[in-house]
Design a binder for this molecule. Sequence first.
Ligand code: MN
Length: 288
Amino acid sequence: MELLESHLSDVGGLPIRRALPNRGRRSVGAWVFLDHAGPASLSGRGMNVAPHPHTGLATFSWMIEGEILHRDSLGSEQVLRPGQVNLMTAGRGIAHSEESLSDRLHLAQLWIALPDAERFCAPAFEHHPVLPRLEREGFSITLLAGELLGETSPVTTWSPLMGADLLCTAAARTALPLEPGFEHGLMVLEGELRVNGELLTPGRLLYLEPGLQGLQIEADAAARVLLLGGAPWAKPPLLWWNFVGRTREEIEQFAAEWNALTGFFDGVQVTGYKGERLMAPPVPRIKE
Ligand code: MN
């Protein structure tokens, strides 16, 4: 058991708590990037992320409050609303933009690293307007990925992985079974609660080693927590800017090809977005 502090930043008035990657940990299963954005009012400024590329990962967006318009280079145009998931598989290369349609925003933006055999697959986009939900001892559980309590999420996965959102609107207490082969991470999105006796608040990631059979979750008032798990990776992949790769040379190649629109990014563009795309900055020394 390990408590990791998130890195705090602010993007146009939207507070971001980045739980992964962390100085002390780079992944929980294939989950390699965990951002908790908001809740906050954008005070009329709006969020506008211009077209930018991804490779080697899938972006997983879980909306709690507000609306975001997603556009990508496959021609997808999709509004993401509360209770819904967008899963964008970058594979060998994709570009997308994100624009807020609401003043308030609250969401989790997560990345899933693709395994060696899938990481250069064709790009794809999935929108899931409805996900399996179950009630358990005062908790409303939405199954975001993988399996839990006999339910299976329709969201595509490439390696053994799970994700669930647990919400209680008053004091509640429950026990949940875990897959002992998985490592797990918990991040509180609202309120506070205790997990196996450890007090959790927003901005902290509780990391749990493989081998656990279950969790005790207790809240004294309304709270929301994300439970993420997966089979540990022998060697976590390399992350830089919007790319997931294996070596520095590879990351340099992705950046150069995006900037020149060649190779994997030949002809890749986000139609319908008004404005310039984001260019990759110079690649620094990355520790492999
Ligand atoms: Mn992105």
